[in-house]
Write a protein that binds this ligand. Sequence first.
Ligand code: ZN
Length: 442
Amino acid sequence: MKRLFLLLLGLYLPLQVQGFEIVYPKSDNVSLYSDKTFFIGNENPANTLTINENIVPIHPSGGFKYPVNLEEGENIFIIKNENLKKEYKVTRLTSKNINNNKYKEFETSINIEITKDNVPLRSTPVDEGINRLQHLERGIIFTAIGEYGDFFKVKLARDDYAWISKSNVKQINEENIKSKILHFDYNELPNERIYKIKLSKKVPYTISEYHGLDVVLYSIENDEFDKYEFHISSEKLFGYSSYYEPDNTLVVKVTNKPSIENLIVTVDAGHGGDEFGAIGCLGDKEKDINLEIAKKLQQKLLEKNIKTLMTRENDVNMSLADRVKFSNKNNSNIYISIHNNALPDNFADREATGSEVYYSYPQSKRLAQSILKSLTEELQLKNNGVKQQNFAVVRNTNALSVLIEIAYIINPDDNAKLQSENFQNNVADAIVHGLENFINEK
Ligand SMILES: [Zn+2]
């Protein structure tokens, strides 16, 4: 029935279905921490659908999105048309996680060592948001001077402090944790510049982007400020990576801007397999639409002789870490993740339409802007701006990385467009144009 339904939709014929379908909330008995939610689904536009006696507007494609307010406790919603009646129970929970944490400074500081790889060093003691200073690896040592909740406050240098989660470190007995700089080496290759700083111990470091890269190594002996800094110019800068070699050498590799012939692009179709992503009004799954668009994007990039790889080409499960690994292993210098958007319950009454592009590091911001511009202009989609966000796929890739939310799959109008092959092709073209404009800048 559903296949026939979708087939008919593709032709924009009037629908001959009796029963409406609710795709969200995911069951008829849910509990959530929000003062609102919405009903998303589909119904024959010729029918009259009501939720608690209020008429639900239905898009010509059949899709609908209808926000409702929630009282504390149980809320009953009766959804019915001429033939069918369904009852949904939505329980609004009230949040109990009041923060009782207080900062406590240690009488005697302790030395700690990182026990995992890719551990975030943060500017605030909060496990979310844009507060990551750097990702650091196993074996790097610090001095902790206090604690707040699940975080240690660490002293990086004379005037520099940061926060690290207690679960990522262990206490060590070593007393002197300061390091000597033993050797500094610079190597210029046709495609990259390599900086190697040999140290006596693995110390924390940060790389921040400001007119190029500012590299700061902390806990350095014989410096008034306990740190060593150097700057890498923005000229030719196009992505970078950093890591420690086993002999305590910190390596910073800076990729030079490639010509379009030397680009390696990884296209990532978001979600897959058991992970559906968001569900569209028409019961369509985000993972499938993402894959359709990603395949078209790959095809168009290949037609331009741009080397293009796909994280997944089928409906399979793939972890975020594996997507990142795939991109880094193949030395890709552009990473484009394709998604379509939904809203959380507490934003249920917001207008949800159009495109946004996410990036994590400032080096990817121009690429994000360029793709968003071509996408929204060529497809007349609402431009919701570029946004900085720490999504794993844009945060951990060595390439310049963006995550594109093309449109809102839960919005009946956007959702109807996303079904169209023609629209999907135009999206792929627009992304290619955005990428080309970015590469041809300057
Ligand atoms: Zn998604």
